[in-house]
Each structure stands twice: as C-alpha cells, then as structure tokens.
Design a protein around this ligand. Structure first.
Ligand code: G6P
Length: 490
C-alpha cells in the first residue's frame, strides 16, 4: 500500500474495465449491492481504494442507473468513498456484439487452451470497435489534464490504447491483459489480428502475468506487424512509438479487507458443517469460481469420483463443495456446461452416496466475499484445476484466508499462479487419476507439512501483493513519462 503511494506519479489515474467493481441490482423493490466474481475486480479495487482516481466501467446492474448522478458517476466504495465510479451504458446490441460475441466467443476461447472453437463474426467486430470508441470518448470526458495515467484492463479493450493515444497523445497508457496470450500460430487465426496488435501497441506499457505470454506477444508482433522488436529490452516500436512488454504477476490485497470480520477457523468449520449437514469428522474440499469451462470443474468432479472409486474408505468421510457463480449464461457453451456438471454430480452422488450423505455439493449462485472466505477457512483443501488461466487469484485468496497456516492448495500447472505458488500440490487437470492421488496426498498430509507449505506461500503472497503489482507498473510508467517529457520539452 505504502509502496504504491510512493510510486504514484503526480497525475490523475483512470482505470478502464468492462466489469465494474460495484453492481447495484433491484430485487423485490429493494436495491442490493453486489461485488462481482472477477479476478480483475478483486485485484484492482484495493488499488483504487488506496490511490483514488476514476474507474470507468460498463454499468451492468438493474439499479445502476438509479444510483448515479447526472454525469453517471458515483463515489465508491459505498459508505467510505475514496474514488469515483463512472458508469457507461451499452445497448443490448452493443453488449451482445462486443461483450458476448467478440470478447467472450472470440477472444476468450482464442486465448485459453480449452479446446473451445473461437467464433468470429463481422458484426461483433463492428460493435467491439464501436464500444472501444465510446469508452475512449468517456476517458477524454473524465480526464482533468492532458497527461493522465490510464490503466486499460483486459481483452474487452484491445483497441482502446491506440484510440487514447490519438485523443490524448501525452497520456501514459498501461494496458494489462489478464488472460493468457497464445502463440503466434494460434493468434493468427483471428481475422483482426493486425488491428488488435496495433490497438495494444498504442500503450506505453503492455503487461501480462508471465514472461511466457510476453514472449508470445513479441512473437505475434514480429510475425504480423512491420515493427521493430528489441528482445533485449522487451519492447516493440511501431508507428514511431515504443511499447514496453513486461510481466507483472497480478496478486491480491494483503491482508484481505474481508478477513478482519471473519470468525476463527474452528467456527467457520462448524458453520459450514451445519449448513451442509455434514458429520463432525467429515473432511472438506472446496472449489470456488465462476462457472467457466476454463476452470476444469468437470475434471475435478471426475477426479473426486476416481478417488472414491479407488479409495472407498473416504466414502462418507469426504465432501467436496463446489461453489460456482453463474457467468456469461446467455452463451450456449456456458449454459451447457452447467447442465453437464449437474448431470455428472448427480451421477457421482448416486454412485458413492451413503444414506443421506452426498459426497458432492454443487451450489450454483453468487457468493459474496465473506462467504467465500468462510468456505476457504472451513476447508481441508482447495482445488484450483484450471485447464488454462492467466494467473488465478482464487489460489492466492485461499492462501490469504488461512492465517491458521493449515489447509492444502491443489493447483493446476496451467494456471499462472503455479509459477509462484510452488508449495501447492501441482496437478495436471487432464490426468484424472493423478489428480485423485494428489487429493489423497492432501488428505493425508501431516499438519506440520501443511504449515510449512502454507507459510512459504503466505510469505510470497504477502510480499508480492497487489499494491506491489500496481507500484511496479506505475514505477516503470513514471520512468517512461519522465523520459517522454524531455522529448516533448525539446
Ligand atoms: C476474467 C476476466 C475479467 C472478468 C472476469 C469475470 O477474470 O479476465 O476481465 O471480469 O473473468 O468475467 P465477466 O465476464 O463476468 O466480467
């Protein structure tokens, strides 16, 4: 936190993302507040709380319009405001083409190796460009100087950095791509590969979670653009402007704000046991995320099935709670995943259920941060079995939640987080039996080993927290900004 404030250059900070940090909904005549399930929001919200500024995002809640002022702004966080949220409204047509279509049926499957075919439609591309333009205009409206620092977030806004550069040439634009960047051959199937790279190269700095994804981007820029690539300094020069391509592994707030109000671990366990009517000696495994096909939810259920088949002594003594937040449900890939998961769970429960005891509990609804923390604290192990993931902050949140230094993290080797959290039990989600054996190892792990592993992971997340993530980007940006000022003054 202090580090972030020290590095913060003396300039206005604007954040742009599709997802907003606070959603207001209307249900039964009342306005309720929801914090969305999004790694991006989990990471950036504490940063904005600390440094202030304006966050520009799509207003998606049914009561969002009722809570803003005439300029579509409101001060947040509710109750103790420190920054501004500027909501941008999209028509159904825009939302369908830009968000569901291009972003989530095109770029999302293109960038994640989950073997879902990307769909590219010309009409979606038209809407995507239009919405990026709309956000660029809002940035100009919100800018109070000609050289703000603009943090552009994620694959919804690939064209925005260039559009900002055209409108505010002196701005420092930091674009961060929260998902993987594929190899050049894969990226090359996108019909608008050149436009997307051109858009991103409008930024001063382009960040990814890992060096591997930076290298993939450099390779794509080299292959598809007439640009100069400097591999030693990891930069691309295009249209006379240099963009640094840097890895900044994202993280979480430390300590997590919601942890302050949490009950001791023992009470969390009792509460969860009561809620799910579990026997006092049942061991608890949890999985918590959006219901997304990249998360490997079916794969972990199959591994639980395998475990109970090969080690029937765990039947009746192990429960796996999967909390899954509905997401992008208008898309067939997402709605059919939910149906498939429900069938698989019913199947496994029928096979291994004992009396009233069902080994798998699938809870499909949104969970607020305090409920998520309670589940983390109640569990013996947390399963993060992503088929592919930029970073995965659930893994880091689990570690942060365990101030008792117990609990085992099972982590996919295909999540960026596995590069940092090497004391987790690292698994290949495609290897069902291997994953089941890792679960058994976790269930049998002595408390001293759990503590040693958890301590190392907690030290790492404490030190490499999200304030450091933001501070490092801002420090690099501040350096470039100073250099740029010299150029302008001459
Ligand atoms: C990923 C993306 C974020 C997004 C989040 C939730 O983490 O990188 O940009 O906010 O998923 O998805 P949603 O479509 O609900 O915003």
């Amino acid at each position: 936190h202090r580090l972030l404030l020290e590095e913060l250059p003396d300039a206005q900070v604007l954040v742009v993302s599709n997802r907003e940090p606070y959603i207001h909904n209307r249900s039964a005549g009342e306005i309720t507040l929801q914090i969305p399930a999004s790694g991006l929001v989990a990471a950036l919200e504490p940063v904005m709380r600390a440094c202030g500024g304006t966050w520009i995002a799509h207003g998606s809640g049914s009561a969002d319009r009722d809570t803003v002022d005439a300029a579509d702004r409101l001060r947040v966080p509710p109750g103790e405001p420190t920054y501004l949220l500027r909501r941008v409204w999209l028509s159904e047509k825009e939302q369908s083409g830009y968000y569901y279509g291009l972003a989530n049926e095109g770029l999302w499957p293109l960038c994640h190796i989950a073997f879902v075919r990307p769909t590219f439609r010309e009409e979606d591309w038209v809407q995507y460009r239009k919405v990026n333009e709309q956000f660029a205009d809002v940035i100009v409206e919100e800018a109070t100087c000609d050289d703000p620092i603009v943090l552009v977030q994620d694959y919804h806004f690939a064209l925005l950095p260039r559009m900002i550069r055209d409108r505010l040439p002196k701005a420092t634009v930091i674009a961060f791509w929260h998902i993987p960047w594929p190899n050049a051959e894969t990226f090359g199937i996108c019909p608008w590969r050149r436009e997307i790279i051109d858009g991103l190269l409008g930024s001063t700095i382009l960040g990814f979670h890992t060096q591997f994804h930076c290298n993939n981007f450099l390779e794509a820029a080299d292959r598809f653009m007439e640009s100069r690539i400097d591999r030693e300094h990891a930069s691309v020069t295009f249209r006379g402007q240099e963009t640094l391509i840097r890895p900044y592994p994202i993280s979480i707030e430390w300590p997590p704000a919601a942890l302050v109000d949490q009950a001791p671990v023992r009470e969390c366990r009792d509460a969860v046991r009561r809620r799910f009517s579990l026997p006092a000696d049942a061991r608890i495994a949890v999985g918590i995320e959006r219901f997304d096909y990249t998360k490997g939810i079916l794969d972990r259920i199959r591994a639980i099935d395998d475990l109970l088949r090969c080690h029937p002594e765990w039947i009746g003594r192990l429960v796996f709670i999967q909390a899954a937040a509905p997401t992008r449900s208008k898309l067939a890939t997402y709605s059919s995943l939910q149906g498939e998961a429900e069938r698989l769970v019913a199947d496994v429960n029928a096979r291994h259920g004992k009396g009233d005891f069902q080994p798998i509990r699938l809870v499909v609804r949104h969970h607020e941060p305090d409920e998520v923390l309670e589940l983390f604290r109640a569990s013996d192990m947390c399963i993060v079995s992503s088929l592919h993931d930029g970073m995965n902050l659930v893994a880091k949140e689990f570690v942060a939640a365990r101030d008792d230094e117990h609990g085992v993290l099972i982590l996919s080797s295909f999540a960026g987080a596995s590069r940092e959290l090497s004391e987790a039990l690292i698994v290949n989600p495609y290897d069902t039996h291997g994953m089941a054996e890792a679960f058994v190892r976790a269930l049998q792990m002595p408390p001293a080993e759990q503590r040693d592993r958890m301590r190392l992971m907690r030290d790492l997340v404490r030190e490499r927290n999200v304030y450091r993530w933001a501070a490092q980007m801002l420090l690099d940006a501040a350096r470039l900004r100073r250099r740029q000022r010299i150029v302008w003054s001459n």
